[in-house]
Design a protein around this ligand. Structure first.
Ligand code: NAP
Length: 307
């Protein structure tokens, strides 16, 4: 694949930025990748492992001359970063982000951007529970979806170039309205994370009663919850604070379903439980058929690379 941008600036050097840098390098998509993170420790690690072609020591010089700037910081940090970098952006640059929530990021970032740049928000539906500059890997986006949420007046050429970049990183790209994105992700990602956090919290309370049995005898169901609940606390705090309405809507529906299942268990209504579990099993089959997971036993733990 040929070079799409001359100079890409990645702001924030964690799992997603690191994986983007390595995936862009793999396919030769950028002339140069410049990285910047707020802490000297993260910048030092990034330099040590050669994560980008160059690590800048300040935000202004990181974005100067970049024809693509991607914000890879937690959703709650996007506004401050946008405000600070705005005066230093090159005319004609594309600004994007990888935040897990889209409407709140658009509201936080767009007002600070100068005329003459294109803002194309994006969200790669790929991740692991690991974070930081050492956690990235080039294959993270292979065969995963990236959702772009351009506005109606977005520059189509800028959208097409960003799409090509993500496709070059191995992803499948689709476009979606930002509000719709937030509702879909509340169902597929945000609420499930909250449920995992809750279940692990309940088990932790119980652990105090049963000593360490919860850890020692942890079965696959609980182990998978703990993997999700090990995700970065800052990132997930920001997701819930900025996708409040959609998450509360889905949580309300979840609670209703939970009560219905609770009642079926109390009444010994096996038909209800069996029919319900048959329906949910079909969803799992659909995900495997769509190539978004493997049907290897134990969630393909042995077969998979890093997550
Ligand atoms: P990460 O590994 O925790 O890295 C976050 C980076 O942001 C770090 O370099 C950190 O800098 C920087 N940062 C944190 N707080 C900041 C602040 N207040 N101001 C400036 N910089 C700050 O995070 P990640 O997993 O790559 O996530 C980055 C973004 O991608 C988030 O918006 C998240 O919602 C989104 N996302 C994540 C996943 C996932 O599964 N992880 C998937 C899709 C999208 P220091 O190291 O210097 O503290």
């Amino acid at each position: 694949m040929s070079q799409l941008y001359t100079r890409v600036a990645l702001i924030g050097l964690g799992l997603i930025a690191g994986s983007m840098s390595l995936a862009m390098r793999r396919a030769g998509l950028a002339g140069e990748v410049v990285g910047y993170a707020r802490s000297p420790q993260t910048r030092d690690v990034a330099r040590e492992i050669g994560l980008c072609d160059h690590i800048a020591d300040d935000l202004a010089s990181a974005v100067a001359g970049a024809d693509l700037v991607v914000l890879c910081v937690p959703v709650g940090a996007m506004e401050a970063v946008a405000r600070e970098m705005a005066p230093h952006l090159a005319t004609g640059a594309t600004i994007s982000d990888v935040g897990s929530v889209k409407r709140a990021v658009i509201d936080a970032v767009a007002p600070h951007l100068p005329n003459g740049v294109d803002f194309i928000p994006a969200h790669p539906l790929a991740g692991t529970e690991h974070s930081g500059p050492r956690s990235g890997f080039a294959e993270l986006f292979d065969n995963r979806y990236v959702l772009l949420t351009p506005e109606a007046d977005s520059n189509p050429d800028a959208v097409a170039r960003l799409r090509a970049l993500w496709e070059g990183c191995g992803a499948k790209v689709e476009e979606m309205d930002a509000d719709h994105h937030d509702l879909v992700l509340a169902v597929t990602s945000h609420t499930p994370h909250l449920i995992a956090y809750t279940m692990v919290g309940v088990a932790d309370d119980l652990r105090r009663v049963t000593d360490s049995e919860v850890i020692k005898y942890s079965a696959a169901g609980f182990r998978d919850f703990t993997r999700i609940a090990a995700s970065d606390p800052t990132m997930w705090r920001d997701v819930f604070l900025s996708n409040k309405d959609a998450t509360l809507e889905i949580l309300g529906r979840f609670t209703e379903e939970l009560f219905a299942l609770q009642r079926a268990i109390r009444r010994g209504d096996g038909d209800h439980l069996h029919a319900y579990f048959t329906r949910t099993r079909a969803i799992r089959r659909g995900i495997i058929e769509a190539g978004q997971d493997t049907d290897a036993p134990d969630f393909g733990r042995i077969a998979r690379k890093k997550d």
